[in-house]
Every structure is written in C-alpha cells, then in structure tokens.
Design a protein around this ligand. Sequence first.
Ligand SMILES: Nc1ncnc2c1ncn2[C@@H]1O[C@H](COP(=O)(O)OP(=O)(O)OP(=O)(O)O)[C@@H](O)[C@H]1O
Length: 728
Amino acid sequence: MTVLSKYFDRIAGTCEQNGITKQTFSYALVTSALVALTIKVTIPYVKNTQSQLLQKGKEDINDGTFTPPEMNSCDEDLKLAEAEKLLVAQQQKKKPNSIEPGLNHEFFKQLEILGKIMIPQTLCYETGLLTVHTICLFSRTFLSIYVAALEGALVKFIVRKDVKQFSYVLLKWFGIAIPATFVNSMIRFLECKLALAFRTRLVRHSYRLYFKNQNYYRVSNLDGRIENADHRLTEDISVFASSVAHLYSSLTKPCFDLMLIGFALMRSSRKMKANIITGPALSVSVILLTAHILRLVSPKFGQLVSEEANRYGYLRHIHSRIITNAEEIAFYGGHKVEMQQLRHAYNRLISQMNNIYSQRLWFIMLEQFFMKYVWSGTGMVMVSLPILTGNDSKTLTGHDSGNKESHVSERTQYLTTARNLLISAADAIERLMSSYKEIVALAGYTSRVAGMMDVFRETAQGVYCKATVANNDDKNAFIEFRNGKPIAKGRIVYTNDPNNMSITLREVPVVTPNCDIVVPNLTLCIQPGVHLLITGPNGCGKSSLFRILSGLWPIYAGELHMPRPEEDVPCMFYIPQRPYMSIGSLCDQIIYPDTRDDMNRKKITVKELNNILKMVSLEHIVQRDGFDVVRDWKDILSGGEKQRMAVARLFYHKPRYALLDECTSAVSIDVESSIYEIAKDMGITLLTITHRPTLWKYHTHILEFDGLGNWCFRRMDENEQQNEKFLQ
Ligand SMILES: Nc1ncnc2c1ncn2[C@@H]1O[C@H](COP(=O)(O)OP(=O)(O)OP(=O)(O)O)[C@@H](O)[C@H]1O
C-alpha cells in the first residue's frame, strides 16, 4: 500500500507540473476504478443473458423441442455442458425436499446426533482427551498474558536503564519459553488425537450400519441417494472429524483469550487510573457490527463445499470404475468415451472450485479490511484512551522530574503490555471470525456424513428412494407408496419345523428396484429333492427370483416361507456366473465366507479341503501354490477355474439349497456333469438357471418364464429330461 501511494504521489506530482491538479487526478483515478468494476460486474451478466436468448431462439425455431447443437469445433464442450446440466438436474431431482447445508437448525440437529456418536458417554477416552486439551488451551492463554506482562516489564527496565532487573526479567522470559512451546506442541498433538478418536468412533458406527442387513448392496443397488458411499465413508468422515477437532480449539482458545485478555487489559487500565468501560465498550461494538456485516455478506460456503465434495466423489468414482473394468475397456477400445467422462467429471469439479475461489476473493477482501484496518484503528483508540484520559498526567508537575521519569516508564510498560495483549486479542477475534467460515464449511460435511447415516438407517429398514421409480404407473397399482417411497408389504416367514424344509412363495411379485414389475405374482413350493430348472428369455426375471429368495430385493406383496438358517448349515448358497474372489489364501477362497476359526470349529481338515478341490478338478492349484499363500486370485485364476472354485465353496458349506445362476457356463461339460452328480449325492437341492441342455437331466421340475410376466411351474417328464435340446 505504501509503495502504491508513493507511486501515485509521484504521478500526481508530474501531472501537477503539466497543469492537472491533484484533485482532478484523484477524480480521474476513482472514476477509472469505478468503470473497471462496472465492466467486470456487467460483462458476465450480459454474456449470460445473450446465451440464454440464443438458446431460447434455437428452441423457438425447433417448435419448442430442444435439438442438440450440430457438431462443429466447439461441439464437444457444448455437449459436455449439456451433459453437466442434465446431471445437475438429475441430482436436484434426487433430493426434492432436502434443506441446503448451512448454519441452520438442521445443522445443529445433525451435529448433535453425530456428537453423541463421537462422545458416547460422559466418562470416555474422548472426554479425557477433551479435558486435557482444554487445560492446555487454558494454560496457553495464561502463558500468553504472562509473556505480554514480561515484555512490558522488559521495555520498562530498558527505559529506566536498569540492567540488573532487565537481565532478571529476560532470564524469566527465556524460562517461560520452554513450557510455552511444549504447551503449543501439545495442543496440536491433542487436536490430532481428538480428530482421530472422533473419526474412529464415526467409522466404527458407519461400518456397523453399512454391513447391517446387506446395506452395502442395498445402498448402491436399491437406493439412489448416495452415489459414492466409499468416498463418504473415508474422505468425508475424516474431513468432518478433523474439522470438528480443529473447531473446538479454534473456538475455545480465542474465547479464553478474549476473556482473560479483557480482564488483564481492564486491570492495567485501572492501574493507569482510567475509565475501564469506554475502551472495551467501543471495541465490542465495533466487533459486533463488523461481525454482523460479515455474516450478512458471507457466501453460502457450506453448500459450496458440500457440492465440491460431491463432485470430487464422482470423479473418484469414475476413476475407480476405469481401474475395475480396465480390461474390458481396453478390449473395446473405449478410452475416448471414458476420457470424456473423466474430463466431464473433472471440469465439473474445477468449475465448482473456481466458483468457491471467486466468492472467497471478495469475502476475504472485506474480512481483511475489517480485521486489519478497522480493528487496528479501534485498538489504537482503546490503548491510548487510558493514557489520554488517565488522571495521573494531570496531577504531575514539571518540578517532580524523578517521579515524571518513573511515570513515563510506567506508561511505556503499559503501552507495550497493552499492545501485546491487543495483538493477541485481535488474533483471537480473527480466529473466531474465520471459524465462522469453518463452521459453515463444517455444515457441508456434517450434512454429508449425517445424510449418509440416515440413508444407511433407512435402507437397513427397507426404505428406499430412487429417482427413476415409476410410481404413477397403472400396473404398479398394488405397490403402496408413502412419501414417494414404495412400501414392502410382503412377509418373510422362517419355519422351524424339521419336517418342513421347503421354500414356498405365495403370490409374491418380482419387482425391480425401479418398481418395474417383471412377474406380477408367483406361487410355488420347492421341497427338498425338487431339483428346479429355471428357464426363459433374457430379462424375464430368473436372477431376480434368486435375489428375492436371498432377501436382497424387498418383497412388495405376498409371503415367502423358508427354513430358519441353522448354525453351520446354511439354508441357501448362491453361486453367480462371475464368482467373487476374496482377499486371502487359497484356503480362504474355498471356505469363504467362513474364517479359519469357523473352519477349525467345524473340524474341517486340510485333507477334506484337498478332496473338495479334487471334486472340482482344481487339485493342480494347491500343488502349485499351496493352501496358505496369499495371491490375487481374481487375476491368477481363469474364468472356468474361478467358477470351479465357487462350486468348491458350495461343497464346503453343503447348504440345503443351491442357487446356481449359470455358474458353470465356462466349465467343460464333463467336469460340469460330475459337479452336478456330486451336489445331488450330497443332498443339496438344486435351483439352476442355465442355457445348457446337458443339465436338464439333473432336474426334476421346471419353472418357465415367458418374458411377459407369465410363468409355468411343473414336473419334468422322463423324455424331457433326456431331451438335450438347446434352450432359449
Ligand atoms: N438392479 C436393478 N435395478 C433395476 N432393474 C433391474 C436391476 N437388476 C435387474 N433389473 C431388471 O429386472 C429385469 C429382470 O432381470 P434379471 O436379471 O432377473 O433377468 P434374467 O432373467 O436373469 O436375464 P438373463 O438371462 O439375461 O440373466 C430386467 O428387465 C432388468 O433390467
């Protein structure tokens, strides 16, 4: 600023030599600044209006139907912008009545709920940390005041030329540095520990919810409110916990500072025999006024930050999709489409960040103006008031020179101490003010973390919300909706009768998560030994029936009766076409989802595991790698080997019913036949979806879907079983 004003003075001097007065020069300068500001504000507005008019014109030409712009050089960007708009519109639709995150009642309610998770009881590890942290913050404030007083004394003894006292106070000053630095470091250490403790509590609680009632499946497949649960469970919780811990110290410490510094200032003002009300009253009014102005003009940082986190999560989601499906994308040569989607996601993130930065620019300018200039001015008035209005200056006469000198040094000491204390107080208020921004940003993270937990709680209870749900369709009439969410009125009844181990469906509709009805009502009874073949065209609902039997999809009507699962004998075991390989050794793959402890408890030996591998012709794997070597089995095993490994799991668990969803499509026919023989010999009832005619002979009944919602459940006759015709 000083350099600039000197520079302007010099230019004004040159202008004056050329006959232009300093006043005219100042007017010209202010006018140009105003013109520049007007241009800056109006040009984006005009551009925006123009593009809206252009868009409207195009829509009018097309009789109201919007046609995408023709492909030319800037088409790609236009397409991206359109896609972005569509995405934003979709996201808006997904949260119809949601309150935007900010400093409101909702925020405090959510914070209270999360607070109870982070600090579950009065006496716990977190409250212990908080107490030590508070003590450290308190002692740091006392130390600051003591250091300010020491510095005042130092200056006093310099003015008095008292070397002995000066050296003594200087030694004290150095001595206090050791506890002061330790307390400083301790405050940071405790803040990190607190953030970690809060994070751990939240993570544990969220994991519990995430794995309750197959929520990890429900959240991503049946509900559409959380796009990237992984981002919320990792990044958002971590930022939220750090932000809460940081806010605790950045709110409590300045409050202590202000309280104690206020008292210290009043005490030193009283020592100077000045009025102790005027100064603090003036500063409090100025601070309150500026704080109010800042609150009025502050952008909605909570909303902005929450949206930024959303877009960041989406970018990471696209990246992880590419990593997961790298091979498929590479085979298709789909890099152009994937890159475009990545670019799109990145552009959306950047535009949001730019938006935040530009809103911050003006806000920080105003904030700095108040804090650096308005407050410093008020501080100067406050410090000088006791000296200017103090009574002692009036009582002193010119003859009393010794006394006068002592008063000068006293005043210097007061000024130095007061100045130091004021600097600390200003720092405290600045931290309090910037905490406001942090609180608003915290509101964004609070809304994301609390929102995630709300969704987890609802999906665990079977309440789903999906944007594409077709709730007005006539044929969906029997699905009841409450608050736009479908209600699962069907019942699952677990039977305990050892003589009745059958699975019965009574008028159960097969309904997709989008509430499309695939089969209006299905009634059948599968008894042990009824080996069922399920056939029908693609998309007719074969796999969906398995999802309903496994409890993944809700039952909207009717009843499903099934035997209660017993320990060590699962009722059903599902094998998909693309089996899942877990992290771990070969042994872990076979016994999944059991652990080694479960295996030991069941008294299953390595010899038995070897036998199981022989049954599925995988003994060469154990000879090659052994049972205990951890490998990335997803990549190491071929498609057929992975399918055989999944069947090995079936032989390990020996369930009552096996749900086989084209699980041997990549296995050679001879091995496949032996697998089916063994399964039947083990007493496992087979429910098979297959397109292979060679498997007909292993089944006694058939369930045929026609793809139009009709079905037929019947016993297969001898000829049919032997008929190896190719199924559609
Ligand atoms: N998660 C889902 N969300 C919405 N709709 C789904 C979902 N999964 C499946 N569907 C729809 O449900 C219908 C039945 O799907 P299903 O997977 O049961 O077919 P299928 O008979 O097993 O077909 P295929 O022989 O091709 O495996 C399809 O129209 C499909 O689009």
